[in-house]
Design a protein around this ligand. Structure first.
Ligand SMILES: [Zn+2]
Length: 218
């Protein structure tokens, strides 16, 4: 089974709409098909790589549409580089103004928005719904560690993405699935009528990684 099989309800998320808008513009089905540097290039964003690891990543808007210059410092690993680039792309896509003259409330709002778009770019909701889940022991787990590996991001980023994902997507077993039909064989070789037994079920659970016991109910 896949995660989408357990979906009960979802809210509209405007960052998913942005991802659809980007895909339509580029004529692709999923943003996982495109390299992030190419993605920036397609929107007229120039990426300058800085050969320092402790500098600031920045995005400076040209003030014209979504164009601008991204300065990206060398990251510890490929996963962090991808997250940083998707984040700065998101700033230019969403915010065509400088962060220099705005207050801290506005900065926090912009940062959250950039995280939401970047996480939809790197871990699209429809791809999350395709993940296989393990209904063993009548419990279904999503392990953030597996999501991180699957989408080539850090564990922390995958975990934050799953927390945000569960704001809009609600999962559980449908009531029909909570019944098991049993066929009881009787001594004269005929079968009794199937008897519905209500089984106890648990909600889907996110585990941060396979060693941690941090459970989040979806
Ligand atoms: Zn930022």
């Amino acid at each position: 089974m896949v995660l989408g099989d357990f979906l009960i309800s979802k809210n509209k998320d405007r960052y998913e709409s942005y991802v659809n808008e980007i895909c339509n513009k580029l004529n692709i089905k999923s943003l996982l098909e495109i390299d992030l540097y190419d993605l920036c290039d397609k929107f007229g964003m120039k990426v300058n790589l800085e050969l320092v690891s402790d500098g600031l990543n920045t995005a400076v808007s040209s003030g014209k549409g979504r164009r601008g210059i991204i300065t990206l410092c060398i990251a510890e690993n490929e996963q962090i580089e991808r997250i940083n680039l998707a984040h700065e792309f998101s700033h230019l896509y969403l915010h065509n103004h400088s962060q220099l003259n705005i207050d801290s409330v506005e900065i926090n709002k912009n940062e959250l928005e950039a995280f939401k778009l970047a996480s939809n770019i790197l871990i699209p909701s429809n791809e999350l719904l395709k993940l296989s889940v393990d209904p063993e022991l009548n419990t279904t787990y999503i392990i953030a560690e597996d999501v991180a590996k699957h989408f080539n991001v850090t564990l922390e980023f995958a975990y934050q993405r799953l927390l945000y994902f569960q704001d809009n997507y609600k999962f559980g077993r449908h009531e029909e699935d909570a019944y098991l039909y049993t066929m009881t064989k009787s001594f004269d070789m005929s079968y009794s009528k199937p008897r519905p037994i209500k089984i106890k079920y648990m909600d889907l659970v996110i585990l941060k990684n396979s060693n941690l016991n941090k459970k989040i109910h979806l």
